[in-house]
Ligand binder design. Sequence first.
Ligand code: S3P
Length: 170
Amino acid sequence: MKKNIILTGFMGTGKSTLGRMLARELNYEFIDTDQLIEERLDKTIAEFFQNEGEARFRKIEAKLAQELAKCQGLVIATGGGLMINPENVAALGRTGQILCLVATPEEILERISLQPGTRPLLKDPNPLQKIIELLEQRATIYDKFTQVSTSSQSQKQLVTELLHHINQGS
Ligand code: S3P
């Protein structure tokens, strides 16, 4: 049985970019939970947050986590808040390996600034402060997983590091 590889971590840590590259290396199908939700709702996540609110988004995320937990041989890039829900961690964790990408608040801000208006939780007069606050709130969640720092390494090197963790199973 092919296990799933699940990339989690805060917004702007490179989950989608590296996930896509990793899937190519492993010859696995790639799923980006945010992208799949947007396709299914035919709305951007920013629009959905604005019209329906975060709580409804979390319910959709949770349903998707249960659905993906029935699949195998996937590289899954999760939305940055998906692992807040322990049921999502349990469901996806049973199907494979969860790796957490990490970056500094400054790097996160720089990266998400390249995609303005796409991160409703960071729509704040002081986005850097908001990133720091959310990272603090979520530290105990992200810290449970094997962490891979995305600072000062090329994307190719990062994929090699991820493959190393996958081969080691840790
Ligand atoms: C969120 C992260 C976003 C998206 C939504 C909420 C979060 O995904 O799911 O805006 O709570 O951290 P990315 O991590 O892909 O930006």
